[in-house]
Design a protein around this ligand. Structure first.
Ligand SMILES: N[C@@H](CCC(=O)N[C@@H](CS)C(=O)NCC(=O)O)C(=O)O
Length: 256
């Protein structure tokens, strides 16, 4: 689990649950949703990614890749949204968001792993590719190159600045993978109210933010009728409204 040791007194002295997040970030939505579903109060640290407020030495002292979300819990740094969810679930186990069935628990692990390894090559490639706008300015790229130790993150942003942006074949490959995943989700949701059975789990918390992100660029949701009904059920939940609907334009609209 990415718990990051620190000797930085400013971080060590932070009391309570401090969430560093951004409104439109699907990874941040997961944590806001978890906390709001469980009714856990948290201290709000808004990191304005549009204004590149993550590209500071102070923020890289919290998140080693300068990404959101990050959690500082009484001075303990946790990063990676899936790991933050698991950390919070350990700390606040009631009501349980872990499936009862061991096979479903294995499935949950696969879904959480996708949020770690699939975020840049699949989720972000599709969303930024279809948005077709550079994610950084030349000036913020220079700042990123100076602070970022993971060159592949620099390369990802550089590609959005290139003529033509992210190549179409990469976007289409990501879309194919996503369509396969939505087909699987739709099948699961034809059998149960929630992705892994009859109760909400971390799988639901991890997946619903992608709806909010992808609807902005008109992802074709109509082939997945059980998924679209599931979105409508989510939209009626107060925690969806506070954690996602109030932050992301269009995320309260009926899915098309
Ligand atoms: N796998 C990571 C991905 C985190 C991530 O890429 N966050 C994005 C927003 S969703 C970010 O901070 N982007 C800012 C940047 O790349 O400069 C997680 O789930 O926490």
């Amino acid at each position: 689990m990415p718990i990051r040791p620190t000797d930085n007194p400013d971080i060590l002295n932070m009391r309570g649950l401090n969430l560093f997040h951004y409104s439109y970030s699907n990874c941040s939505m997961r944590i806001r949703l978890f906390l709001d579903e469980k009714g856990i109060p948290w201290n709000d640290h808004f990191v304005d990614l549009r204004a590149q407020k993550n590209l500071t030495e102070e923020y890289f002292a919290i998140h080693p890749q300068g990404l959101v979300p990050a959690l500082v819990d009484d001075g303990v740094i946790v990063h990676e949204s899936a790991d933050i969810l698991e950390y919070l679930e350990d700390k606040f186990p009631e009501p349980s968001f872990i499936p009862d069935d061991p096979e479903d628990r294995a499935e949950l692990e696969k879904i959480l792993e996708f949020t770690r390894s699939g975020h840049f090559p699949i989720i972000k490639t599709w969303a930024y590719g279809r948005n077709n706008k550079p994610t950084k300015t030349p000036e913020s790229m220079a700042k990123l190159a100076q602070l970022q130790k993971d060159q592949w993150i620099v390369d990802f942003h550089q590609e959005t600045l290139n003529e033509g942006g992210i190549p179409e074949e990469k976007i289409l490959a990501a879309e194919q993978t996503l369509k396969g995943m939505f087909t699987d989700l739709d099948r699961r949701l034809s059998e149960h109210e929630w992705i892994l059975g009859d109760k909400m789990t971390l799988a639901d918390i991890a997946w619903i933010p992608q709806y909010a992100l992808f609807q902005r660029n008109n992802f074709p949701f109509s082939p997945y009728p059980n998924f679209t009904k599931y979105v409508v059920r989510w939209q009626k939940r107060p925690a969806y409204v506070s954690a996602i609907g109030n932050h992301m334009p269009g995320s309260m609209n009926a899915p098309v």
